[in-house]
Design a protein around this ligand. Structure first.
Ligand code: GDD
Ligand code: MG
Length: 349
């Protein structure tokens, strides 16, 4: 199941509401969602994908799926964004309808995974705990900075009979800076990657317990769904009645059945330009140059042009992104704040 509902505001001006970052080729020849689809396209291991997204991006997603040879799979449309708990609940309800024993691998559409075979091996390692023990398994990552935008997982003991899988003694979604620092230095905490493996039925049991209003609303929305060409539309009024809440707050922080598989897979949530700079190839001065760009005596910059020749001289640690209709300039260290521009543009209408 692929989550494709985010707007990617920190990657403005490339990422736009109509064309969010997962539809862009930000870290390779394919778009992020195409890279995601291709990771799990081996039909001997995975069923056809369920992509949960919105009206605005539906045709582009359909085209992008077909153009990488994925012509089966469901595209489920949310009438309004209600965050990830309702989106995953909808997919889980449809999955158990088809197969009561269905196992869901939930992945965001906008992550980069450098070592896909390693990740697939960890998915295989997680499977018995998900299938036989009803565990909600999250794939976790060794943290490298006190990021406040992620969830943190305190790893517990190895699970009996499941060598690569650990119990979780705490799950803290998006801590403040002080706690993030403490988690990083403690060495006991991992990042939640936001990728999960669980049986759809076990997940729904937890939603019933911890977020019953989400389950009620989404169950009605799924029961009232309509199918139009390639798209499955959830009932609008019913879905809109669901609380908007992420799966991390609604279920993962609360459930007693969470477990984790620590992964070393070259994972990145490409949330901001600074992360694209981090993972990109660089010249001898640490600059990442994309498109028709030229830099002189500059260091550690990310310079990207989608069109016109763009030049920089004597600058350090900057992000410069040029598109047909907008130019962004910001220090790399402020890349998280690009969302302020988007908020301000929205206010201006
Ligand atoms: N269909 C749908 N509907 N998808 C959504 C919605 C929605 O309403 N909201 C978000 N998504 C998608 C996003 O496009 C993204 O692919 C994924 O769900 C996760 O949402 P984010 O908004 O990017 O979450 P986050 O980055 O703040 O936090 C999550 O990911 C972190 C790692 O990247 C959490 O799981 C954290 O715990 C985790 O550390
Ligand atoms: Mg994210």
């Amino acid at each position: 199941m692929i989550l494709s509902g985010g707007a990617g505001t920190r990657l403005w001006p490339l990422s736009r509401e109509q064309f969010p970052k997962q539809l862009l080729p930000l870290a390779g020849t394919h778009s992020l969602i195409q890279e995601t689809l291709l990771r799990f396209s081996d039909l001997s291991r995975f069923a056809a994908p369920i992509v949960v997204t919105n009206e605005e991006t539906r045709f582009t997603i359909g085209e992008q799926m077909r153009s990488v040879g994925i012509d089966s799979g469901a595209i489920v449309l949310e009438p309004v964004a209600r965050n990830t708990a309702p989106a995953i609940t909808a997919a889980a309800l449809m999955a158990v309808e088809k197969d009561p024993a269905a196992i869901l691998l939930v992945v965001p559409s906008d992550h980069v995974i450098g070592d896909v075979p390693a990740f697939l091996a960890q998915v295989a390692a997680a499977l018995p705990a998900a299938r036989d023990d009803g565990r909600l398994v999250t794939f976790s990552i060794l943290p490298t900075r006190p990021e406040t935008g992620y969830g943190y997982i305190k790893r517990g003991e190895p699970l009996d009979g499941h060598p690569a899988v650990y119990s979780v003694s705490a799950f803290v979604e998006k801590p403040d800076e002080q706690r993030a620092h403490a988690f990083l230095t403690s060495g006991d905490y991992f990042w939640n990657s936001g990728m999960f493996l669980f049986s759809a039925a076990s997940f729904l049991r937890e939603v019933e317990q911890y977020a019953p209003e989400v389950l009620d609303a989404v169950r009605t929305a799924v029961a009232g769904r309509t199918v139009d060409l390639d798209f499955i539309r959830l009932d609008a009024a019913a879905f809109a009645a669901s609380p908007g809440i992420s799966v991390d707050y609604a279920v993962m922080e609360k459930t007693a059945h969470v477990a984790t598989v620590p992964c070393d897979i070259g994972w990145t949530d490409v949330g901001a330009w600074s992360e694209l700079w981090r993972i990109a190839g660089k010249d001898a001065n640490g600059n990442s140059l994309q498109g028709d760009v030229l830099v002189e005596e500059s260091h550690n910059c990310y310079v990207r042009s989608e069109g016109i020749l763009t030049a920089a001289v004597g600058v350090e640690d900057l992000v410069i992104v040029v598109t047909d209709d907008a130019v962004l300039v910001t220090p790399r260290g402020r890349a998280q704040d690009v969302k302020l521009v988007v908020e301000s543009l929205r206010r201006q209408g």
